[in-house]
Design a protein around this ligand. Structure first.
Ligand code: ADP
Length: 836
């Protein structure tokens, strides 16, 4: 056999052209091979794994379609590395299925086809023994190469055909027009959408010149062709230039907008541009409409906002204007109240006074509300002691609470900073609103303020949480959402019973939000309400914390044990926590008999008890203690309402080592306890009693007429309360103009003048008052800013001193102590001058 000739024939007769599947190609090639090699059969084995193979196809002989074990596998698989193996003497010792196949031939050649995805083996078998030479080996080598080459080409060809048909299908169906233009000017191509866009007869390949002309025509049909042509010229000048989101507008037919993008295609064999046109008319029009709508909406919102602001400003101004005559109405009514009137007239005046008061509260609420709504409320930022705010809130409302025999309590966790920087007035306003609501809607029990550190924030900031909890009527869960809405009162019958504007909580919410916090509520009907709110503020290093350690030091090492007696369980628990902080252990009793029962057996260093314990009132209880302790003289501290204390005789007062007024203030209480413990002796009792009562310095020592000009309602309430505690009655006005008017009609010795007030500010009012005032009138500026510039301005306006806000009772007392003698001396000099 001329194997060389057969090799050439094999190459000629095998080709994949016109063949659609690899299987056909193999079958055809195997057939040619059988003929040319004059073999009896060819078998294609697909290797599945190391020890099994499958007969894929065969020629010359049919085999069962079986999985066979091609062992000796090692040997067989090794053939793949050698590309082919020729077995002249087929081993027949081991009987595998493959061996059986091999046995059926006398000579076999195995060719490894590794261009297929998985390895395959091609067996060529002869029934008669063959005698082969080198040229036969050459032939097999050629067959191996050719078969592998055909497989490789067919794999590429078939893959290409797959990809091509997929892309053709995509390009035929997509809604975008796709155009390709070859840079060489040899080829252009369009998909059907592009053909219809460019008015071309058919899709597919197209002469570039025709394509370019159609494209130019398309550009010229646009309404923005000038801009497009400039951009296009720029694009064509940069071969790698790409463009996206380029809109071409067409007037015909019926306003069409195309989104155009163009990207360069740069590969080794192909350089050109791919253009894509997408009809975005509906999106574009919708977008334009949306934009127009947005602009309109923005304008409308701005208009509504400004109208709203204007309304709020108008409301704020109106409220201010109404408040001025209302103050006169109330003022006059109280003057009238102090003139001789008959019973009926008295009732009329009282009605005017009470209604006037309600109206002013309402106006104040509306004023605050509209100020916040119109964005005119600016929060102050100055350091203040947190505990004082809580104490002042309870102080201001203590009369209302005492009238209803409610306890007012508070506890501040020790890790809460002593001083923070913020707006003390607004914080107090929120607390006042919540506590006064608590008192209003509670008939029995207590209102409790609890303060804790909710979170430490970066940059010396803290989030503080306040809880105001009452034991009152509570609020049904389905009403909670409505609660913080403007003008919302839950139940008209409740409103009639308790009064109110329905703005308090809405204002509180807005203020809390301005202070960086939030407000929420927990409440069950008939079980009480718990309002919680947070604020975010910086810690103030200027407020010196109340020195708990100092009190601890004073009582250190004494191992003190106190009995706390009170019929309010929460009060007892709160007190116990506070005593714990001072290092005093406590036994608590809500029943006086239980307390007395343990007395003979337990030695207490202190008895701290409520005045009204039902069976025993104050003094009787002390007597009982003495009786049961065989006169051990256990130090006693009574706590009671100021009203009850006032009614005590001197003899009764002398029974106790000290008396503390409710609401309890822990700083003072701590001091009293340490003093009581340290000065157990009889002689010190009276002094201790005196120490903790605020001695009015008032009218008896320095009789002064005082005017306060302050626009903030809460600050007015505070200063009025402070001055009345010091024994002074005071005239209050809400702006500079009212202050000027008041000073015209009455001679004042002291004028506390707020700096920032509406209508006329403090500086202007001070200047006018000082033009006509006598030397025994002293003006003191009330200011949150004590910068040297501010002080200079105040001095230039004629003011002689400053009181830094927030004010405390001690600050005011110190000012009166300082100015009282000066005013008296100036008065004396004035009368000497007048007499001489
Ligand atoms: P108002 O000035 O009328 O009290 P608020 O906004 O402060 O207005 O309160 C709105 C309503 O919420 C009240 O009328 C009352 O029905 C209810 N409310 C507020 N606080 C309490 C509370 N502590 N207990 C029960 N109900 C309350």
């Amino acid at each position: 056999m001329n194997w060389e000739k057969q090799s050439i024939s094999f190459i000629h007769k095998t080709s994949f052209s016109g063949i659609k599947h690899t299987a056909n190609l193999l079958q055809h090639s195997m057939h040619q091979l059988q003929i040319l090699a004059e073999a009896d059969a060819t078998i294609l084995l697909k290797i599945i794994d190391e020890s099994s193979a499958k007969i894929e196809s065969s020629t010359g002989k049919t085999f069962r379609d079986i999985l066979i074990n091609p062992a000796p596998s090692g040997e067989l698989l090794n053939t793949c590395e050698e590309r082919f193996i020729i077995w002249e003497n087929i081993p027949s010792d081991e009987k595998y299925e493959l061996d059986e196949i091999l046995d059926s031939f006398s000579s076999v050649v195995i060719i490894c086809l590794n261009e297929l995805n998985n390895n395959s083996l091609l067996l060529i078998g002869w029934n008669q023994p063959q005698h082969w030479n080198d040229s036969f080996t050459e032939f097999i080598s050629t067959v191996t190469l050719r078969m592998n080459e055909l497989l490789w080409q067919s794999t590429i060809q078939f893959n290409y055909e797959n990809v091509f048909s997929r892309f053709t299908a995509i390009l035929q169906t997509i809604s975008q027009a796709v155009i390709f233009i070859d840079n060489s000017g040899l080829m252009g191509w369009v998909n059907p959408k592009a053909a219809s866009l460019l008015d071309l007869k058919s899709s597919g390949e197209i002469a570039p010149a025709v394509l370019a002309a159609s494209m130019a025509q398309l550009r010229n049909r646009t309404t923005n062709s000038k801009e497009i042509n400039i951009k296009a010229a720029q694009l064509f000048m940069t071969p790698d230039g790409a463009i996206k989101d380029w809109t071409w507008h067409f007037p015909e037919p019926g306003n069409i907008i195309l989104n155009v993008s163009c990207a360069p295609i740069i590969s080794e064999h192909l350089k050109g541009r791919l253009w894509m046109f997408e009809d975005i008319t509906p999106i574009y029009i919708a977008n334009e409409k949306l934009q127009a709508l947005n602009i309109k909406l923005k304008q409308e919102t701005e208009r509504a906002d400004s109208e709203n602001r204007a309304k709020s400003e108008f409301l704020a101004n109106m409220s201010h204007e109404i408040r001025t005559p209302m103050n006169a109405v109330i003022g006059m009514a109280s003057l009238l109240h102090h003139t001789p009137l008959n019973k009926e007239q008295n009732e009329f005046v009282e009605t005017i006074r009470v209604s006037g008061g309600t109206l002013v509260t309402l106006i104040n609420d509306i004023l605050d509300f509209s100020k916040i709504q119109s964005g005119n409320l600016n929060l102050e930022s100055s350091p203040f002691p947190l505990e004082s705010v809580v104490e002042e809130t309870l102080d201001i409302l203590s009369i209302n609470a005492n009238q209803k025999q409610l306890e007012l309590l508070y506890f501040i966790e020790p890790d809460v900073p002593a001083g923070i920087i913020g707006d003390v007035t607004r914080l107090r306003q929120v607390l006042l609103n919540l506590v006064s609501n608590g008192i209003k809607f509670t008939d029995k029990g207590e209102v409790y303020i609890y303060v804790r550190l909710a979170e430490k924030l970066p940059g010396n900031q803290v989030k503080i949480e306040f809880l105001v909890r009452d034991s009152g009527i509570g609020i049904a869960a389905d009403k909670h959402d409505k609660l913080f809405q403007n003008f919302s009162q839950l139940d008209s019958s409740i409103t009639r019973q308790y009064g109110g504007t329905g703005l308090g909580l809405a204002i509180s919410k807005m203020l809390v939000q301005l202070m960086g916090g939030e407000i929420w509520l927990d409440s069950t009907q008939k079980k009480g309400s718990a309002f919680r709110f947070t604020i975010v503020s910086s810690i103030s290093n200027y407020i010196i914390p109340y020195d708990m350690e100092m009190i601890k030091k004073k009582i250190a090492g004494r191992n003190l044990k106190a009995m706390l007696i009170c019929n309010n369980v929460l009060q007892l628990q709160v007190l116990r926590k506070q005593f714990d902080l001072w290092g005093i252990t406590t036994d608590i009793f809500d029943d006086v008999n239980d307390a007395l029962a343990v007395l003979p057996d337990i030695n207490y260093d202190l008895a701290f008890f409520d005045f009204d314990m039902g069976v025993f009132k104050g003094m009787q209880f002390v007597k009982e203690i003495n009786l049961r302790t065989k006169n051990k003289q256990v130090p006693t501290i009574l706590f009671s309402t100021p009203e009850a204390t006032l009614n005590l005789s001197e003899e009764e007062k002398a029974c106790f080592n000290a008396i503390c007024n409710k609401p309890l203030k822990y700083n003072k209480l701590g001091e009293i306890i340490s003093n009581v413990i340290l000065q157990k002796e009889e002689s010190s009792k009276a002094e201790i009693v005196k120490r903790q009562e605020i001695i009015p310095i008032g009218s008896t020592i320095f009789p002064l007429e005082i005017l306060v000009a302050e626009d903030n309602m809460i600050n007015r309430v505070v200063i009025k309360k402070v001055l009345s505690t010091l024994g002074y009655s005071v005239d209050l006005v809400t702006n500079g103009l009212e202050a000027v008017e008041a000073a015209k009609h009455k001679h004042y010795n002291l004028v506390f003048m707020d700096m920032q007030m509406p209508v006329m500010d403090g500086l202007q009012a001070a200047k006018i008052i000082c033009e006509n005032k006598l030397p025994n009138t002293v003006l003191i500026a009330l200011t949150a800013n004590s910068s040297p510039e501010d002080k200079l301005l105040c001095e230039q306006a004629g003011m002689e001193d400053f009181l830094q806000k927030p004010i405390t009772i001690d600050d005011v007392k110190n000012k009166i102590n300082a100015w009282g003698p000066i005013i008296q001396e100036r008065m004396r000099l004035l009368s000497v001058q007048l007499l001489s």
